[in-house]
Ligand binder design. Structure first.
Ligand SMILES: [Zn+2]
Length: 330
């Protein structure tokens, strides 16, 4: 892991910015902690260490979840996720996802978890890439919000728009918060290693040290994270239903099928998906979708029909099915 920077941290005569410049991470250090490539928009794939901020906007992206943020309370509970040993005891299979908006979504028998990226273990990376840079107009307000523990409430002290760094920071910190809950005991740590959620060269002492530093430095971390991470596991089938109800046209007619989350093929919603498939197949699918987009009355009629079916199944499926629990557990 990346340790060599700590030796120069005591040069207190230097300003924060000078220190930052002096300690800049080298290209090879960045390369060691970042993936091989990332998707920067639909058109091309980029090299992360060349465009770290672009990479972070992709890697920490939870925009799709924000559309459902008003309904988080019916998608999950406002508490940190259960520890990994508990997830395993509930019979949930851990599936690796690299997409931040899929982290901690669960469906029957499965939970999706994003592996802990190396770059979030490095304090220098945090100060160079996630903290507000010198001259950021929002920096002091964001510091105040963090100190007051008001980040998750979207409170504003002024009319300034939150900067891009603050959005990345609160998402990154929220993700760290979720991991602190997921890996508490050595048993959790062993499960995390076996599931390839942590770097191979990390041992339990390293993890303890990281958790201690993070909690000491950030105080009441719960008030400093994005709202999404104040909830633990979210129900994927309900989330898909919500997105479908909110934006039916976009959900159904997205050309590359990327809107919505992974489909829960085992849920009660699957007959609706089948029905949707049949309807779309009967109107010759792709070439016709373009015509649908132009033919407003037909689209509206189809959407109303599908939404009615969807609502019916949602009402049947959305009530009373929480995360599985162990007998006797609260
Ligand atoms: Zn900023």
């Amino acid at each position: 892991m990346h340790q060599q920077h700590s030796s120069t941290m005591d040069s207190s005569a230097l300003t924060e910015t000078e220190k930052r410049e002096e300690n800049r991470l080298t290209e090879s250090e960045l390369r060691r902690m970042l993936p091989a490539s990332f998707r920067n928009g639909p058109a091309w794939v980029g090299i992360p260490h060349n465009r770290v901020q672009h990479f972070l906007k992709d890697d920490l992206n939870i925009e799709r979840l924000e559309e459902a943020s008003t309904y988080f309370s019916i998608l999950g509970k406002a508490k940190p996720p259960q520890a990994l040993h508990h997830q395993q005891a509930l019979g949930l299979e851990i599936l690796v996802t690299e997409k931040m908006d899929t982290h901690l979504l669960w469906t029957k028998g499965k939970i999706f978890i994003k592996p802990f990226p190396r770059y979030l273990l490095d304090p220098e990376f945090w100060s160079e890439q996630l903290e507000c840079p010198k001259g950021c107009a929002y920096a002091s307000e964001f510091q105040m919000l963090r100190a007051a523990g008001l980040v998750r409430r979207k409170t504003r002290f002024s009319k300034r728009k939150p900067c891009s760094h603050s959005k990345l920071w609160k998402c990154a910190m929220g993700f760290v918060y979720s991991y602190i809950a997921l890996i508490s005991h050595e048993s959790d740590f062993r499960i995390a290693k076996a599931s390839k959620l942590l770097p191979d060269d990390m041992d339990f002492k390293d993890w303890q040290g990281f958790v201690e530093r993070t909690l000491r430095k950030n105080g009441k971390i719960h008030g400093q994270i994005d709202e999404r991470f104040t909830y633990g596991e979210l129900n994927m089938a309900r989330l898909n239903t919500l997105l479908m109800l909110q934006q039916p046209r976009r959900y159904l007619f997205q050309d590359d099928g990327s809107y919505g989350f992974l489909r829960d093929h085992t849920s009660l919603l699957s007959p609706v998906s089948v029905y949707t498939g049949v309807v779309l197949a009967s109107v010759q699918v792709r070439p016709t979708i373009a015509n649908f987009k132009r033919n407003r009355p037909l689209t509206i009629a189809l959407v109303i029909l599908l939404v009615s079916f969807w609502v019916l199944y949602s009402v049947l499926s959305i009530t009373g099915k929480g995360l599985p629990t162990i007998a006797g557990e609260q």
